[in-house]
Design a protein around this ligand. Structure first.
Ligand code: ZN
Length: 300
């Protein structure tokens, strides 16, 4: 019997690096992306197009997009938070744009520059611009499990934001636990409610941070809810400059090991992913938090 597919979207070049205090060179970002593609990942977040004064680590998004391996079978995602970012992403050649909304006003004001209500005003323009530019569009709801400023986020709020996201033509909707506060019960509840509220042809994606060591358990819960697209960051690096205390993303190689052993086919080579995680650790000059890259090879 053919194994069931599970897509791992590698976000280390964007979410992974954006919180790093030292600017990683374009050259090293491209070398990392090369490692990622060679390991077998076919979809990755290459850069964000946000205010370079606020997120200097992502100021070279254009150069990164210009330098990535040109392959028809690999999708490089550009992240944007406003119309200007979408236009810059399209100009850089992005064929897929991930647009971010927040479930909470406190985070939305700091991360997206306006309340949730305010940020939706531009959504029809964003969708029309992406379509005219030939890029497919996905949306992420950040702080879908809790907000560093507003605290608990009501499930009804997440569902409401999801409904507003799908009012435009998107192929995928992601729920993000930006500050890693969710537990598997929250993941079951939130994905189940959102799935019931949106059209069945919109694919669901999950984005977890491991701030409180719940990310792997949350990923399993998401897959149990039928989610087949999971974000990860090699080495477990990452965080958000606007989320105090945010720790790394779920380490991709740890997701990869676990879900491969659970019988899923991700198309990604574990040794290649581990080599990429080691490369990131070398660039950053420190041991990364992911565990599988530091464990003995298994099966030996
Ligand atoms: Zn994140």
């Amino acid at each position: 019997m053919a194994k069931e597919k599970l897509e791992l979207v590698e976000v280390s070049p964007r979410d992974g690096l954006q919180n790093e205090p030292d600017i990683v060179s374009t050259e090293n970002k491209l070398a990392l992306i090369d490692h990622i593609v060679r390991a077998g990942f076919r979809r990755l977040e290459a850069a964000s197009f946000v205010n370079p004064k606020k997120v200097p680590q992502m100021a070279d998004g254009d150069a990164v997009f210009a330098g990535v391996p040109k392959r028809d079978d690999v999708t490089y995602i550009a992240l944007a938070l406003n119309l200007r970012g979408v236009e810059r992403a399209l100009a850089a050649g992005a064929k897929e744009i991930n647009y971010v909304f927040c479930a909470s006003d406190g985070f939305s004001i700091r991360n997206n520059g306006g309340t949730v209500e305010e940020t939706f005003a531009v959504w029809p323009d964003v969708a029309a611009t992406a379509k005219a530019g030939g890029a497919r569009l996905s949306a992420t709801i950040s702080t879908a499990f809790g907000c560093p400023f507003d605290g608990e986020v009501a499930l009804s709020r997440v569902v409401e934001v999801a409904e507003r996201c799908v009012a435009q033509d998107i192929f995928e909707l992601a729920l993000a636990d930006t500050i890693g506060v969710g537990a598997p019960s929250d993941v079951h509840e939130r994905f189940r409610a959102v799935k019931a509220a949106i059209p069945a042809d919109i694919q669901l994606r999950a984005h977890f941070h491991n701030t409180r060591n719940t990310a792997l358990a949350n990923a399993v819960a998401a897959v149990e809810e039928g989610v087949r697209v999971l974000d990860g960051s090699l080495g477990g690096i990452g965080g958000c400059p606007f989320a105090p205390g945010a720790a790394g993303n779920v380490p991709t190689e740890d997701l990869l090991y676990m879900f491969t052993r659970m019988g899923f086919d991700t198309g990604v080579d574990l040794d290649g992913a581990i080599a990429a995680a080691h490369f990131i650790g070398g660039v950053l000059g420190r041991t990364t938090p992911g565990m599988v890259s530091r464990a003995p090879k298994w099966p030996a």
